[in-house]
Design a protein around this ligand. Structure first.
Ligand code: NAD
Ligand code: WQD
Length: 336
């Protein structure tokens, strides 16, 4: 049994489908802070395996322990947390409390139940402003906002716990920019309110919920002046977790690895790909740079390939096609 925290969220839900398809039975723990319960049936239908669900907040120790009590837990995959950069600047204590506090209770509960394997959702944001590209895992860390600092602290906590606990192993996965959806159009990204991220903003313009995309900055030193990111299909990312779990269970070593494609695409390239794939025009205008943004960010993915035997299979057009399949079939996201 694999215990998945935050399994009803965007990346968690896709990963739960991939995990079931790889033969794992799952227990999901989620408090629905940023997800809807209807996701669960879709995860079950697409995955076809066994999925138990506990509605619980990670910070509630007894409720979390109840999820560990039912079946022996082989490993934990830890997605649960808050992830909005801007909100983390406005509400740092909520971010430290939920992300670090939640991880603390989780690690404590794992220790009580002698569970020694964890896959953790870190982020490329821990690198801060890139000093060189592509980003290798040994690039200096320097998160520039409270959200990123929670990820950096949790990485350190995992390193410390591994040093002090014989047999404890972690796979710390630094995601670049996840995008797209399950190809069925039944699972996807369903942000609350106006999206902060590029791709859900584009799909909501396409469906008519938003009028036009504002492209933040067209004077960066990039191919066309707009920001460049390493966009990764959420299904490729999901498979990265299956590979990391296999690594922990078979190789019995800890690892920190980037999960990206290794290639960057500009904002205008994403808009162009979306228009090509869907035939829908995305009205857009240039706006000033967004504070805190960097010009370019993309991964060196050689470690993930060498150690995990994993690399991405899907490209930007697949992400656009599948993301649009989701948005067009679910114009308002998941039902309440
Ligand atoms: P998400 O918000 O869609 O999913 C997170 C899930 O965790 C939600 O279902 C939410 O209800 C749940 N949750 C939050 N706090 C909880 C708590 N205290 N107890 C129980 N459940 C709780 O986010 P996502 O995009 O799927 O991201 C998953 C993880 O990956 C996060 O840790 C995020 O920081 C990290 N990450 C995301 C991105 C991205 O661009 N989406 C990039 C890098 C890293
Ligand atoms: C991508 C590009 C924007 C919206 C964030 C977090 C990071 C990680 C992934 C969690 C940039 C431009 C965007 C819009 C735009 N999350 N843009 N108009 O900032 O690379 O990463 O999500 O760990 O921590 O910081 O992603 O999708 O917000 O932006 O022009 O309406 O799109 O300026 O160049 P980002 P993003």
């Amino acid at each position: 049994m694999i215990l998945v925290t935050g399994g009803l969220g965007y990346i968690g839900s896709h990963t739960c489908v991939a995990l079931q398809r790889a033969g794992h039975a799952l227990t999901i723990v989620d408090n629905l802070a940023n997800s809807k319960i209807g996701v669960l049936e879709r995860i079950r239908a697409l995955g076809g395996g066994s999925v138990e669900f506990h509605r619980a907040d990670l910070r509630d120790g007894p409720a979390l322990a109840a999820a560990f009590e039912r079946h022996p837990v082989e490993a934990v995959i830890h997605f649960a947390g808050y992830k909005a950069v801007g909100e983390s600047v406005a509400k740092p204590l909520e971010y430290y409390d939920n992300n670090i506090g939640g991880t603390f209770v989780l690690l404590d509960t794992m220790a009580r139940f002698s569970v020694h394997r964890i896959v953790f959702s870190s982020s490329a944001t821990v690198y801060g402003d890139p000093q060189r590209l592509p980003l290798t895992e040994d690039h200096p860390l320097g998160a520039v906002n409270p959200y990123g600092r929670t990820k950096q602290f949790i990485e350190s906590i995992l390193t410390d716990v591994a040093a002090g606990t014989p047999g404890f192993r972690h796979a710390t996965l630094r995601y670049f920019n996840p995008m797209g959806a399950h190809p069925s159009g039944r699972l996807g990204e369903d942000p609350r309110g106006i999206p902060n991220n590029l791709f859900p903003y584009i799909t909501q313009v396409a469906i008519g919920r938003l009028q036009k995309l504002r492209v933040f900055g067209n004077d960066y030193d990039t191919v066309d002046g707009t920001g460049v990111r390493d966009f990764i299909h959420v299904m490729d990312l999901a498979e990265g977790h299956v590979a990391a779990l296999r690594y922990l269970l078979e190789k019995d070593r800890s690892i920190t690895a980037n999960l990206g494609t290794g290639r960057g695409n500009s904002v205008l390239e994403v808009v162009g790909a979306f228009e090509r794939v869907t035939g829908i025009r995305i009205p857009h205008e240039f706006a000033p740079r967004r504070p805190g943004d960097v010009a370019s960010c993309y991964a060196d993915v050689s470690r993930a390939f060498a150690e995990l035997g994993w690399k991405t299979k899907l490209g930007i057009e697949d992400m656009c096609r599948d993301g649009w399949a989701w948005q067009s079939a679910n114009p308002q996201g998941y039902p309440d």
